[in-house]
Structure formats: structure tokens, C-alpha cells
Design a protein around this ligand. Sequence first.
Ligand code: PAF
Length: 283
Amino acid sequence: MQTFHTIAELRAALKIERLQDKSITFVPTMGNLHDGHMSLIRRATEEGDVVVSSIFVNPMQFSANEDLERYPKTLEEDKRVLEANGCHYLFAPDALEMYPDGKRSQTQIEVMGLSDILCGASRPGHFVGVATVVTKLFNIVQPDCAIFGNKDFQQLKVIEDMVRDLSSNVRIIGVDTARNDDGLAMSSRNGYLTEEERRIAPAMYQTLLWAKEALLANRASHENIREQAQQKLEAAGFRRDYFEIRAQNNLQTPSEEEKRLVILAAAHLGSARLIDNLRVELA
Ligand code: PAF
């Protein structure tokens, strides 16, 4: 695997691949890679000839009070696992390579209607930062296909809609959430949990499973399921952010008749903010 820190070097290497008619699959990340990321890389090796990944902790998607400074940085270990799982090129720019002031660009991409709900309501500006950096990364890498985790379901939707709206020639694939044996979705932010919090954390997945079961059995209204789920999370030790039942296609509040649903949860546990989701298809 070759690692490049500048846009020019990466472009030169990928130009040679493209001249040989190789297809390029891209997995953007912020590093501190775990098995969830590796499932994306492995999927990428099945989709195209050349696998490119990026590691960039994007300042534009963090607000002032968030964890930008303490976000774990493990570049050498990340390089080792990327290479072992079949990645060919790593793009690891610093902030000044990506933004003139090292923080943000003048041009911003906003997917209206999707960016300010759910995680966007709790993290204003987050999805503008994500959509803008992913657009930049797509322009730099020019992939045929890009792979994202379903764990960040709203992010995946934002990117799918952005690609559609901007007529980008990138095929987007979502890959199922990788989970620990106890069900906790893999996330770099799990590293912020104390031993006691780590023990509590799978309650989020268990609550999602409970809500899914309740929807499938048509046991209560969406509103009632949401409220009971919040209470379960709080009883386990989480602090409330949101627990929502939404339509899969647009993440808006669905009618009680909607069949393709997604349950999305976000909650704080100690100093970590955890998110997870489950899709539900009603008969
Ligand atoms: O999901 C992530 O790791 C980031 O949001 C992404 C897509 C790499 C953009 O910075």
C-alpha cells in the first residue's frame, strides 16, 4: 500500500491506474480503524480493481464543543490493517492540504431537509461539513464507487442524495453495521467509554431490537414506542438525545401506515455520544 499526504501525489498515482482501465473504489474514514472499517475495505476489494482509503479527521464536521482535539489518531496501526485487508492507496492529508485555513472551505454543500434533523439538530453544521469534505474527496479520488457504513444511516442518506442532486458519477454502497459480540455497534467513540459504561452500552442495541419487535407486532403507536424506548435507555444510564422512528427513504416522520421504517437512536453515555439504527420492513 502506498500512502500519500498530498492531493497532487495521489492524483498522479490514480491517473496511471485509470489509464490502465482500472476501476477505483473508495472508503473515506477518519482513522482509528476497527473491524467495522475493515468490513468496508473488504467489500471495496470485491467491488473494484483499486481500493483507495482516506484518513482525515475533518475539522469542518466538528463544532467548537465537540471532540476534534481528542479524536483518536492511530495512523501507523491504521496503515498496517488497511494494507493487511487489501487497500492499495491511502490518502492521509493534513488540514492545510484540504482547507486554505486548515479549518473549512468557503464553499459548502448542504443537502436541505436532511442536514438539520436527527443528528443534524444535535450537531448543527455537522452534515454540511460531511457533505463538503466528501465532495472534495470525491473530486480528488474520482472513484467509480464509494463505500460507507449503514451505522451512520443519516450520513449515508445525505451522501446518496448529494450524489443524486449533483449528478456525481459515483456509485454509493452502504454496508451493514459491524457489531461486537454483545451487539454494541463498532465505533471509534466506544474508546471513550469507561469499563462500567462499556458494560451498559449494548442497551442501545437491545432497545432498538425491542422497538423493532414492538413495531413488527404492531404493539403500540410510534409515539408510545419512542417514549418507552427513551425510558429504557435512561434507566440503563444513557442521557437522552433522540430515539426516532422514521421513513427509510427520506428520514421524515412517517405515517403509521408506512412499511419501510428505520429506528434511529442517539444518546450520551459518560463523555461519549453513541448512535445506532435498525431498519424495519413491515408486511
Ligand atoms: O464517517 C466518517 O468517518 C466521516 O464522516 C467521513 C465520511 C469520512 C467524512 O469525514
